[in-house]
Design a protein around this ligand. Structure first.
Ligand code: UDP
Ligand code: MN
Length: 246
């Protein structure tokens, strides 16, 4: 009795795009009851993504939402980097709210960036989410892992181990939580925004839905790492083979 897991994936063209999407689509093929919402940061749907979706044999909703040019990440300096994936995640949320029915449709919503590494075990944890679940994320925020700190006696989250602003109301990476579809459909004002302070997207978004005390700590009381915030090196390409999708 595995719930539908709606995975919202922002994605954009670069040489590693097909490799990243191949990796996560094949992870999703190992999980029952996935509905993958792929949102291209592009003016139009690309053949590359369309072909990959067709090959995946997953249930997929394919959308586009282009990041406004002035919001694009231009600067190499990480301090100057803007939020990424904002408009794509919002497009995914909008699709859920426009196409699914509160009270009737059931499931869990997970923001699944295209470049992270996901264990199939993570989805057994996502399946347990009642309202908002949270778990550790590996290789993020300057630590080998960030995680909600769980009081063993009460089983409640009391704080966060995080390399980046641990005193945020929710010091959790995008890959470290999932929200019930019921809540997503109920709290229609909850969206991502460029107005949110740097590093505060997750915390401000989660604040619409829950409190620290109500968080459901998963992955063995937040002691297991089933997702890693990996980042792929940009390959040096000195020549292009024509008419070849890579
Ligand atoms: N992304 C996007 N457009 C961009 C940059 C990123 O759609 O211009 C997507 C990307 O494919 C990923 C998510 O937004 O799914 C987060 O981006 P990234 O992994 O680069 O962010 P970081 O890991 O550095 O936080
Ligand atoms: Mn990333």
């Amino acid at each position: 009795n595995f719930p539908i897991v709606y995975c919202i994936t922002p994605t954009y063209w670069r040489y590693v795009q097909k490799a990243e999407l191949t990796r996560i689509s094949q992870t999703l093929q190992l999980v029952p009851n996935i509905h993958w919402i792929v949102v291209e940061d592009a003016a139009e749907k690309s053949d590359l993504v369309r072909n990959l979706i067709e090959d995946s044999r997953l249930i997929v909703t394919h959308l586009v939402a282009q990041t406004a040019p002035y919001e694009k990440v231009k600067d190499k300096n990480p301090k100057a980097r803007r939020h990424r994936g904002v408009e794509q995640r919002n497009a995914g949320l909008r699709w859920l709210r426009d196409n699914l029915v509160a009270g009737k449709d059931k499931g869990v919503v997970y923001f699944m960036d295209d470049d992270n590494t996901y264990s199939v075990k993570l989805f057994d944890e996502i399946a347990k989410v009642k309202r908002v679940g949270a778990w550790p994320v590996g290789l993020v925020g300057g630590l080998n892992a960030e995680f909600p700190i769980v009081d063993k006696a009460t089983g409640k989250v009391t704080g966060y181990k995080s390399g980046w602003l641990p005193n945020r109301p929710f010091a959790i990476d995008m890959a470290g939580f999932a929200i019930s579809l019921d809540l997503i459909l109920e709290k229609t004002d909850a969206n991502f925004s460029y107005q949110m302070a740097k590093g505060m997207q997750e915390s401000e978004f989660l604040s619409y839905f829950t409190t620290k005390e109500e968080l459901e700590p998963l992955a063995d009381q937040c002691t297991k790492v089933y997702v890693w915030h990996t980042r792929t090196e940009t390959p040096k390409i000195n020549g292009i083979i024509p008419n070849l999708e890579v």
